[in-house]
Design a binder for this molecule. Structure first.
Ligand code: TRP
Length: 471
């Protein structure tokens, strides 16, 4: 990217940055958990429909707003819809960036911690039941790993080493893909993998309930880095020559493919390595990949030896850390570019300051897995559910605020900015767009999106907080 308000050097630059932002823990850590928790294939089915019908139009809207205004989300909404409810959408986005990063960086710290543990010979220990619980309950180690991750993120955002990261991403992302594929093939050869495959691929449509739909929408937003203006920010550097529909579509497909592959690895692995598992008893919680990935590699150690299996495991956790890093960069970018553009503070100072504040909030999430009673039992919802600090922040900002942001964005495009302006922006760089079937379709769903999202949002809030299921 050029300095000041420049442009990506090529269309590839934008795709790489947007895919780097999208592909991360949401795909590899979050998607398998959500799938296991929400009935397997039924969830995958709803997730894919929502990704392409509801989220893709919002992806387009974010990129179009970004390119049109060449601003951060707050500035963009202030320009296009000053002093309206939509100006709130920009501010909400900045707040989401803060809060999502505050727990994201803790989970990224776990992944990096697992890399370190495996390198120091601990694979066998990590593969034992209950070891994840011991690991996350250690406050000192986790504060260090979280701190390191935050430091790396701030360092990259202020250090201007983006080009270096881009070069690494070009190599490491395809490597991650290849390793995922190889591990899937390996797991498929194990006993009982077929059961997992059936759970993952053959939908039982009676399992599509309101909570399943809620989770699918929040997960799709999170995975695509949608609903808080991250794509407005990266869209603000897109050249007027680029076809943003093609770019947005490539990013959407890449992101959902990696999520689908992560599920294809983890879900059958659960059925093979915990052979008593059934569709009803399948485990799902924040420790899912941390429990089963070491087990997969320990199993592999029987064929290739402990040393080589440890090497592969370490490399895999390192690749996931890298994927997480390209996401934390994009999360920090939103509040940083807001402070730089609107408050006229230097970039370096802004990123460091924000990084420190986020780290302080993150401390609560580090201590939320047993180290501190206060953060482990942080809040009781009116429904009676007892939540730790990390889950609470995730519930509010991941499950609720991202869809709310998506609602405001699509409502903005449909009712304030209006579809002819959206079309005009998309048509720049894409010949024959105006009047095409694609334009008609997008302009139609952009009216539908706010309705669908609002409906799901209301249900999510009622179900999460009050345990009320309307439909
Ligand atoms: N999409 C990333 C993931 O799947 C996380 C992420 C990065 C994100 N930037 C974001 C989520 C902005 C929401 C909004 O891991």
């Amino acid at each position: 990217m050029n300095q000041a308000r420049g442009e990506w050097s090529s269309r590839f630059g934008f795709i790489l940055a947007a895919a780097g932002s999208a592909i991360g823990l949401g795909n590899i850590w979050g998607f398998p958990i959500m799938t296991a928790k929400n009935g397997g294939a039924a969830f995958v089915f709803v997730y894919l429909i929502l990704t392409f019908v509801v989220c893709f139009p919002v992806v387009m809207t974010e990129i179009a707003i970004g390119r049109h205004t060449a601003k951060n989300p707050v500035g963009a909404f202030n320009q296009l819809a000053p002093k309206s409810i939509f100006a709130f959408a920009g501010k909400l986005g900045v707040l989401c960036g803060f809060m999502i990063l505050s727990f994201y960086v803790v989970i990224a710290g776990w992944v990096f911690g697992y890399f370190v543990e495996v390198v120091s010979g601990g694979l066998q220990r990590l593969a034992q039941d209950g070891e994840f619980g011991n690991f996350v309950a250690n406050p000192y180690k986790n504060l260090m790993y979280t701190g390191l991750f935050m430091l790396a993120t701030v360092g990259i955002v202020v250090g201007g080493v983006r080009d270096g990261i881009e070069r690494w991403a070009r190599m490491l992302m395809p490597t991650l893909l290849i390793m995922l594929l190889a591990l899937i093939i390996y797991v498929m050869t194990l006993e009982n993998a077929g059961k997992g495959l059936a759970f993952y691929l053959i939908p039982d449509f009676s399992k599509i309930t309101v909570p399943v739909v809620n989770s699918a929408l929040s997960q799709a937003f999170f995975s695509l880095s949608l609903g808080m203006g991250a794509l407005i920010t990266s869209g603000s550097y897109v050249s007027k020559k680029d076809d943003i529909i093609a770019s947005g579509f490539i990013v959407t497909v890449l992101d959902s493919s990696i999520a689908l592959l992560a599920g294809l690895l983890i879900i059958p692995a659960i059925f093979t390595l915990a052979p008593d598992t059934t569709a009803e008893t399948i485990k799902a919680g924040p420790g899912l990949i941390f429990e089963f990935l070491p087990k997969v590699f320990m199993n592999l150690a029987g064929d290739v030896g402990y040393f080589f299996a440890s090497f592969l495991a370490a490399f895999f956790f390192l690749l996931i850390s890298f994927a997480a890093l390209t996401s934390t960069i994009s999360l920090l970018e939103v509040p940083t570019s807001w402070v730089v553009d609107e408050k006229k503070i230097r970039r370096k100072k802004a990123a460091v300051l924000i990084g420190v504040v986020i780290f302080i909030i993150a401390t609560g999430s580090v201590l939320a897995s047993g180290a501190s009673d206060f953060f482990t039992h942080f809040i009781t919802y009116p429904s009676g559910a007892d939540k730790d600090f990390l889950s609470f922040v995730a519930d509010v900002f991941f499950e609720m605020c991202l869809p709310l942001g998506g609602f405001l964005l699509s409502a903005f495009a449909a009712f304030r900015w209006k579809t002819h302006n959206l079309s005009k922006e998309i048509a720049v760089g894409r010949e024959h767009y105006i009047g095409s079937v694609l334009e008609k379709w997008l302009n139609f769903v952009i009216y539908l999106c706010p309705v669908i999202i609002l409906f799901i949002f209301v249900n999510t809030v009622l179900a999460k907080l009050f345990d009320i299921v309307l439909f």
